[in-house]
Design a protein around this ligand. Sequence first.
Ligand SMILES: Nc1nc2c(ncn2[C@@H]2O[C@H](COP(=O)(O)OP(=O)(O)OP(=O)(O)O)[C@@H](O)[C@H]2O)c(=O)[nH]1
Ligand SMILES: [Mg+2]
Ligand SMILES: [Zn+2]
Length: 366
Amino acid sequence: MYEQSEPPSALRDLGFCEFFSQGLDEHIGAPGRIVRDGRDLWHVVCEHGKFVAALSGKFRQSAKARIQQPTVGDWVLVETKGADDRALIHRLLPRRTVIARKVPGENMETQAVAANVDTIFIVNALDGGRNFNLRRIERYLALARESGAAASLVLNKSDLCGNPQHYADELHNLAPQIPVYITCAITGLGVDALRATLAPGQTFVMIGPSGVGKSALVNQLLGDEIKETGEVRARDKRGRHTTTYRELLRLPDGALIIDTPGLREIQLWGREENLAETFPDVEQLATECRFADCRHEQEPGCAVRAAVERGHLTARRLDNYLQLRAELEGLIERQLRHRQRVERRHRRILQHDVDKQDAPRKDKWE
Ligand SMILES: Nc1nc2c(ncn2[C@@H]2O[C@H](COP(=O)(O)OP(=O)(O)OP(=O)(O)O)[C@@H](O)[C@H]2O)c(=O)[nH]1
Ligand SMILES: [Mg+2]
Ligand SMILES: [Zn+2]
């Protein structure tokens, strides 16, 4: 079909490069890139067009760990079926870079957020509230470092801040080698500087908390309001997770950009111990509470609340602490329920013939 040393321009436009040639095998399938991921179905673009793809039975069997499953930006080998817009994913090609987040719990699974990214835009916002937090930005930088991709910091919503340069300077002190961009996705201020970094065929990703304007920036870069953006709750400046799936888009100049839903705090921090690590001041104060199991809510003799009243701890910090704790507790509960569901399903499958269970799926895709 084509020379392996020279991929067709359709693939190059999608970001295909020499690195991925090693994994090609035309007996198994054609190379395609995941442009959108879902739970069981992935959107894949290859030379023959765009397909909705499922994992082949064999792949599903061999890729049990979540990190082994395709994510947006991945290159895969797909088998397409003529006019049908359905395809089967047979294999994942080795990743150049991968952004992985921890799914905390007893066995700390990792899940790929995006793969084969060249540069990560870590977006934060200057509208006050929870959206500018140096410790959290440090976590994002660590995530970027582990991924193997380069990182840039973006301070969006500069229109809502009296002195954006002050925050840019703080970031520069935090990470002197990382470029910092000040932007406003409403007026387009600073977007040209971002655009200037977007080389054709390279892949970029927007990550950051919900509501900071990742999709709004992508819209500016697209030059067209095609992505949905959401209103931010006024009270605490937390977004509402408008973007619900990860998606790879091609910009007019030929760069590829992945928009992601905001990572939840919990997915960023990963471990339960991080509550103590992140809030050593609160944990220290808590040792003075009257009750050892004080929740710092309504209990009498709460040293943490007392510190807030005396002005030794900001109310916002306690708020953040309670928020993260609530997320961690919710997560543990969800995981427990998930484990129970999985166990129930396993029991059911043991009772039935496994092949019969698989049959309807096969009919659909093969
Ligand atoms: N004032 C101001 N508002 C902005 C700016 N950028 C985005 N917004 C608004 O902030 C809200 C959230 O923007 P989104 O682009 O949906 O945020 P997001 O980061 O994609 O959020 P998720 O998809 O939930 O992760 C929208 O109402 C935007 O119009 C900005 O630079 N200035
Ligand atoms: Mg969004
Ligand atoms: Zn207390």
